[in-house]
Write a protein that binds this ligand. Structure first.
Ligand code: PMP
Length: 375
């Protein structure tokens, strides 16, 4: 027959382990207050938009040609930007330490393609970003998830033991972690890099790195010490560029170089490169918006705690809070009031992205009503 059927003769002839799996992604609902996918609520400033438009127009003039496969100019701009986050006295990040792709999702898939694979293992610590097991699945890499401590930090003895037991080729450590917002201490990164050694790479996923609280250093500071360390970033969050699809990493030049073997030729389009370069020229204005969001985040954490909720410490642009006997009812109640958040994380917890003051007021009002109804 022509329909999709279950069983041995199922069609289309998908890989066995992919059959029946729902594609990853939060519901894209049209709601007044979308606080569910950790986007930056502020559009790029007008001067940045104008610069992007002009840059795209210039790129359009040579669209008959393939783009710069090595995106040399963009690598240099990303390296210069990352160098803001290295320790005093540390060498700046060099362009040959940088790699980029279409979102940090693609960067991480490429890392798994290059350093994972059949017979190899990727290790993370749950709760953690739900895409990681998918990268592992899609690259035929074995997937192992250890546990985080009750307060969502890493138990370093347990983490070291997990590395010893599973000998991972790739360790995936989001910092700040999604969905908990928990940042890793430099000691934790140091211990894991030491435990993994030359058998693997340790990926510190700093997708939300720019939102970390004062006094929390970036893992970029440890690059000179550990050649197996990879720090990934994205322009989706701090740079208000979720629609741009530009993620990147900094690592030892040999690691950046190795990824070139698995990337598709010309994977970064000329328009992507032009838009990313233009956005980077407006880093200061964009980071000003990040500062405002960090303040809004801290206010939100305080308010939720004052209401009696459990709240995970957050170094990100979202907050995990709970715990609810029926979290789905709370999620649904908020949605009925136009506020869409994310039903994710350990049982009983919910995650809300930090929005504008107006969006946060709408969230607070709705949650106040909904929690009363669900008591
Ligand atoms: N890492 C983490 C921890 C994330 O939460 C996300 C996006 N939600 C990503 C990576 C991927 O982001 P992008 O592909 O937009 O760069």
């Amino acid at each position: 027959g022509s329909g999709a059927e279950v069983g041995a003769g199922a069609w289309p002839p998908l890989r066995e382990e992919l059959r029946g799996i729902e594609p990853y992604g939060a519901p894209q609902l049209d709601v007044p207050y979308a606080l569910n996918v950790n986007e930056n609520p502020y559009a790029p400033p007008a001067a940045c938009v104008a610069d992007i438009a002009e840059s795209v127009a210039r790129a359009a003039e040579t669209l008959n040609r393939y783009p710069d496969r090595e995106f040399v100019e963009l690598r240099a701009a990303l390296a210069a930007y990352l160098s803001r986050d290295v320790a005093p006295g540390q060498a700046p990040v060099a362009p040959e330490q940088v790699w980029a792709a279409n979102g940090s999702n693609e960067v991480m898939l490429q890392l798994l393609q290059a350093f994972g694979g059949p017979g190899r293992t990727a290790l993370s610590f749950a709760p953690t970003y739900s895409m990681y097991p998918e990268y592992a699945r899609d690259t035929h890499t074995a997937w192992v998830a250890g546990r985080r401590a009750e307060d969502f930090t890493l138990d370093l003895d347990a983490a070291r033991a997990a590395v010893g037991e599973h000998r991972p080729s790739v360790v995936l450590l989001p910092s700040p972690n999604n969905p908990t917002g928990t940042a890793l201490s430099p000691e934790a990164v140091d211990v894991l890099c030491g435990a993994v050694g030359d058998d693997g790479v340790v990926v510190v996923d700093e997708a939300y790195g720019e939102f970390r609280r004062a006094g929390t250093p970036s893992a970029l500071e440890l690059l000179p010490v550990h050649r197996n360390l990879v720090v990934t970033r994205t322009m989706s969050k701090a740079f208000a560029g979720a629609g741009l699809r530009l993620g990147y990493l900094a690592a030892h030049p040999a690691i950046a170089d190795a990824i070139r073997v698995v990337r598709l030729p010309y994977h970064l389009s000329a328009t992507t490169q032009a838009v990313a370069l233009a956005a980077l020229r407006h880093a200061d204005a964009l980071l000003g918006q990040v500062d405002a969001l960090r303040g809004e985040r801290d206010t939100l954490v305080d308010w939720l705690r004052a209401q009696g909720h459990d709240v995970a410490d957050s170094d990100a642009n979202f907050v995990l809070f709970g715990r609810f006997a029926d979290r789905h009812a709370v999620w649904q109640g908020l949605l009925e009031r136009g506020v869409l958040i994310r039903e994710t994380g350990p049982e009983g917890w919910l995650r809300v992205s930090v929005g504008t003051p107006e969006e946060m007021a709408a969230f607070r009002d709705a949650l106040t009503i909904v929690t009363k109804e669900n008591q």
